[in-house]
Design a protein. Structure first.
Length: 542
């Protein structure tokens, strides 16, 4: 039998804070063979990432400890290795892609400098060699026109582009083992397909193994040879991918496989009043060069788009990262400047200043992609949800505000007794419910939902979709739903527009877009999202 490349035995991880101890991982064991991909699957808090971070001892020590365990790689126990030995392994033999690129990339350094630093430190490359290899890596991971991105900073890239830079950095030194911690969470489905195909190709070309951590079972089915299912810090089932998907033995595995957004939105009423309407919306960002910073060109983030959203209905906006989806939503919400006509509830708002928009904010609310980033860590849940009431309904006294907060939390399925806790005390799904409650407490007419389920587990996604559908039906809400997850869009949207490069490539009723797409690009999106056996990556990369 082949000797495992990585062998994890009886691994336990405890976290000590104050006088309490949390048993995050409990006696976990698994092997990864050469050229094999093993997926660690489970919901948030199951211990997946903690197990993976333990391989390279990247946890916060001494708060984290290992009461038991051995991690064998290349004939040595990494848990017992010195810092010098670990530095020789990290980035060379074992590389890691982290889930959140914005916190992993240095905001003060350009993309060229950050990728080049990996090559300089580990391979001793000179500047010209670094630049050539950096361009090659950026091109490999699907960044268009990489020459124009070398001088960019992380905040100037979309979420998907930032994640691709992280992948390029991890692959720079052709590691023997790649640990990928939710590497495609922020990516649209077509780029997911490209990245997964790329990782699979590199694995074969370089005899590389992978430890793939994800909550997306569709990805697991495409890329993994074996699956380990985790919950509550334990591996409850392991086996070949086909066996796990075809004949799951454990109740938790069956629960995971059954959890995905289901159902369809209520039938659209074509006579429903128009809540939000935009004509020829344009958002162009200037490109400035030279000492005088003259404008030499424009990035046409949104380029002449018409939008109509009716009461009680959902307009789904889909497309790859950088296509202009979020920019369109921000323009309609008057959070960024734009050209074109915008009408809210029949009233022109495109000429209104941000100050003049304030009275309308009560009716026009937003739920952002990252609930942890959009909730203040210094405010309790009661303060977060009540903040809008203090601004828009100042006549309410403290007891009346508290009653509204309690009602909003109850409506989104949260125990109102938890309202005095802080965001870090809640799971990702609960934090997103808090963000929805913050919007709903003002009883809005229009809700812009910007990737509200992308960072959530599959089962939590399904719960949030059901919640949004119920709230829409109850309050006759108009939704602008921005997402790259087409399964979620199908469960919510009545009408869909498909964006690429700031323009609409196809639009129509949701059933038509999903069942009979007309353009190659839309067909590629559907192929990637629903695992249709066709090459989505080829269409997108043209």
């Amino acid at each position: 039998m082949t000797e495992p490349l990585l062998s994890v035995r009886d691994l336990s991880v405890d976290f000590t804070q104050g006088g309490s101890v949390t048993h995050a991982v409990k006696s976990v064991s698994f092997d990864i063979d050469p050229r094999e991909t093993v997926a660690l699957v489970g919901e948030s808090g199951s211990g997946k990432s903690v197990s993976a971070l333990s391989v390279l001892k990247l946890l916060q020590y001494p708060a984290a400890s290992h009461p038991s365990g051995q991690i064998m790689f290349g004939g040595r126990d990494l848990l017992a290795a010195s810092d010098d030995e670990l530095r020789a392994v990290r980035g060379n033999d074992i590389s890691m892609i982290f889930q959140e690129p914005m916190t992993s990339l240095n905001p003060l350094h350009t993309i060229e400098k950050q990728v080049g630093e990996v090559l300089r430190l580990h391979q001793g490359m000179g500047e010209s060699a670094q630049r050539a290899r950096t361009l090659e890596l950026l091109n490999q991971v699907g960044i268009r026109e990489p020459e124009k991105r070398l001088g960019a900073y992380p905040h100037q890239l979309s979420g998907g582009q930032r994640q691709r830079v992280m992948i390029a950095m991890a692959l720079a030194n052709t590691p023997r083992l790649l640990i990928a911690d939710e590497p495609t969470t922020a990516l649209d489905v077509t780029v997911q397909a490209q990245i997964l195909e790329l990782l699979d190709d590199l694995k074969r070309q370089q005899d590389m193994s992978m430890l793939f951590i994800t909550h997306d079972l569709g990805i697991v089915r495409r890329i993994a040879d074996r699956v380990c299912v985790m919950t509550n810090g334990e591996i409850v089932e392991t086996g070949p991918t086909e066996a796990i998907f075809g004949d799951p033995q454990h109740a938790y595995t069956r629960h995971l496989l059954a959890a995905e957004p289901k159902g369809r939105p209520p039938r659209a009423n074509p006579e429903a009043p128009i809540v939000m309407e935009g004509d020829e919306i344009k958002v162009w960002f200037p490109i400035k060069k030279g000492f005088m910073r003259k404008t030499v060109d424009h990035v046409k983030a949104v380029d002449g788009i018409d939008v109509t959203v009716r009461a009680g209905q959902t307009l789904g906006v889909v497309g790859e990262s950088g296509s202009g989806k979020t920019t369109l939503g921000l323009a309609l919400s008057r959070l960024i400047s734009s050209d074109g006509d915008i009408r809210f509830a029949g009233e022109a708002i495109d000429a209104r200043s941000f100050r003049q928009m304030r009275p309308l904010r009560k009716d026009l609310q937003i739920v952002f992609q990252d609930p942890f980033g959009s909730l203040s860590p210094r405010m309790s849940i009661a303060e977060i949800v009540a903040e809008g009431l203090a601004i828009h309904e100042p006549d309410l006294d403290a007891d009346q505000r508290d009653e509204r907060v309690v009602a909003a939390l109850d409506e989104v399925g949260l125990d109102p007794e938890t309202r005095f806790r802080y965001p870090h005390e809640f799971s990702g799904g609960q934090r997103q419910r808090i963000a929805i409650a913050r919007a709903m407490v003002l009883k809005p007419k229009f809700l812009m939902l910007d990737e509200p389920t992308s960072a959530l587990d599959m089962s939590v996604q399904a719960q949030v979709v059901d919640l949004l559908r119920d709230l829409q039906k109850k309050h006759n809400l108009a939704y602008l739903f921005i997402s790259h997850d087409l399964k979620v869009v199908r469960a919510l949207a009545n009408h869909v527009i498909v964006m690429r490069g700031g323009r609409i490539v196809e639009q129509g009723p949701a059933d038509t877009i999903f069942d009979a797409p007309e353009t190659d690009y839309t067909r590629a999106l559907m192929a990637a999202a629903f695992d249709i056996k066709t090459s989505a990556a080829g269409v997108v990369s043209q």
